[in-house]
Design a protein around this ligand. Structure first.
Ligand code: FRU
Length: 495
């Protein structure tokens, strides 16, 4: 690994442009390039970072390593920067921060952003390893002006981890409350359990450790990554990514988890947080490292990585991987965090087909002529009926991504075993989620070249997954267990 580090070039601008261009060209040859999801021109995309509204625009960065798949390994790591007036149309602003100081030389890791006066304050974790390969994290501040120029502070706020915690200490999430700034960091206790540490600052020059958020979970995974705290609909929500939860029936089937505790608002004086059971945010296969921000109109909006570390995606043969999920608006219904696609996405809608299908056996839904599509369907379900929806299917319906709605068992199932190129099969190919299913169920689906995002009902059940179908998998079929499938709604081509 020492040899690898010697080959590190902190700034992508200092790498031979021919290498950079060749990597981008190779990525462009992929049949799996997305149409309306953010993905990297080459290399890896990971966690969304610095998600904020500043100087009249939304800003969104992502964990980025543009030459991660180049041979021989050339290693850059930073935050890639995008901005948008509407969370749908994004301007490419290039590298936002790169790993160019001794405090972040082995990774400009995740962090967040907060507008302060006429600048955007960024806080992130600088990852380093010392000579003995011991990790030393730094928590670092940086300021971005309205021209999108970022200047890192010369000196980090925090060096290493506080007493009682291991060097797994990262991913500051910022907010402002009652004349104070707060940063919430993911941490690992010395007994190798995960937690979140709350820091406070009055002036953004010094940060004071208040202590752990007092949850009811002394032993819940070995590390919490990307913690986030916010209040929505009068509830406190602690959203984080616990690593190391064992699979439990239909829960925790992915490599690492992403979910939340919904509770009473955090008591800042005691850090007490009384909450219900952990809610896995997504029931699909590829969903991690979420980050939220508050839009100017008050909505709480979520971004996330449609991927998980340790999974290898078929796009890697084209030297890139990862994309972000579509932005989602969060709210709390009956103490459960629910997600809905943001309404701005309707601006992507183009040609529309109306669906009004009642069929014996299997019915084919109209094909709109391209694979990037939105389906807003209402499926009728008799008392014990099971209806399957096959997306990205071939004409014989031998290959498809299958959603099953089983009203009798009150169960939704996503099966990607026949979706196309197979990958990550050791983590299973089927996911189930118990869901209240009534006589009519709304199934709202966003399909892109190589992903599917399914919102069921009020958004309490969402399945998010990468899929890698062949180009001829363009059909949609609906099949009912008792012969009468009834589906109404619309399908749009998406720009
Ligand atoms: C989560 C994570 C973060 C870290 C970043 C590094 O996916 O491991 O904890 O800051 O990715 O890329």
């Amino acid at each position: 690994r020492e040899k690898e580090f010697k080959r590190m070039v902190p700034h992508i601008a200092d790498v031979d442009p021919q290498i950079v261009q060749a990597e981008k060209r190779l990525a462009q040859t992929s049949p799996f390039r997305q149409h309306f999801h953010i993905e990297p021109a080459s290399g890896t995309l990971g966690d969304p970072n610095g998600f904020s509204f500043f100087a009249g625009q939304y800003h969104l960065f992502y964990q980025w390593s543009p030459l991660a798949f180049h041979q021989p390994a050339l290693w850059q790591h930073g935050w890639y920067h995008l901005a948008s007036p509407d969370l749908v149309h994004w301007q490419d602003l290039g590298p936002g921060m790169e790993s160019d100081t001794s405090y972040d030389c082995h990774g400009t890791y995740s962090g967040s952003a907060l507008p302060v006066g006429d600048r955007l304050f960024l806080m992130y974790t600088g990852n380093t390893w010392n000579r003995n390969w011991v990790r030393v994290p730094y928590q670092i501040g940086a300021w971005m002006n309205a021209n999108n120029q970022v200047k890192k502070n010369a000196v980090p706020y925090l060096t290493g981890s506080p007493a009682g915690y291991t060097p797994h200490f990262r991913d500051p999430k910022l907010w402002h409350h009652d004349h104070h700034y707060y940063a919430l960091l993911g941490a690992q206790r010395e007994n190798l359990t995960g937690t979140a540490l709350l820091y406070q600052s009055t002036d953004l020059t010094a940060w004071r450790l208040l202590g752990e958020v007092q949850t009811d979970t002394p032993d819940f995974g070995f590390m919490w990554e990307c913690p986030d705290y916010f209040e929505v609909d009068g509830h406190g929500v602690l959203l984080f990514c616990p690593q190391g939860l064992s699979a439990d029936g239909n829960f925790f089937n992915n490599v690492y988890q992403n979910g939340c505790f919904v509770g009473e608002p955090l008591n800042y004086a005691t850090r007490g947080f009384h909450h219900g059971a952990f809610q896995e945010l997504d029931a699909g296969f590829d969903f991690y490292a979420t980050q939220t921000m508050q839009a100017p109109d008050g909505r709480r909006i979520l971004s996330g990585w449609m991927g998980i570390s340790e999974i290898h995606y078929p796009t890697e043969q084209y030297h890139y991987s990862g994309c972000l999920v579509i932005p989602r608006e969060l709210s709390v219904h009956h103490n459960q965090l629910v997600q809905q696609p943001i309404r701005e996405l309707t601006s992507l809608r183009r040609e529309r087909q109306t669906v009004n299908q009642i069929g014996p056996g299997t019915v084919a839904l109209p094909y709109t002529g391209q694979v990037s599509q939105e389906f807003d369907l209402t499926v009728s379900l008799a008392a014990t009926q099971t209806v399957t929806l096959d997306f990205r299917a071939d004409v014989l319906n031998q290959h498809h991504t299958r959603l099953t709605l089983d009203r009798g068992r009150q169960l939704c199932t996503l099966d990607r075993s026949q979706a196309g190129l197979s990958f990550a099969e050791q983590w299973g190919t089927v996911r189930h989620r118990r869901t209240p299913l009534g006589e009519r169920v709304r199934v709202h689906v966003f399909v892109d070249t190589s992903s599917i995002e399914i919102f069921i009902g009020d958004g309490a059940t969402v399945f998010t997954s990468r899929i890698f179908p062949a180009a001829n998998q363009t059909q949609t079929f609906v099949t009912s267990s008792d012969g009468q499938a009834q589906v109404t709604g619309s399908i749009w081509n998406l720009a």
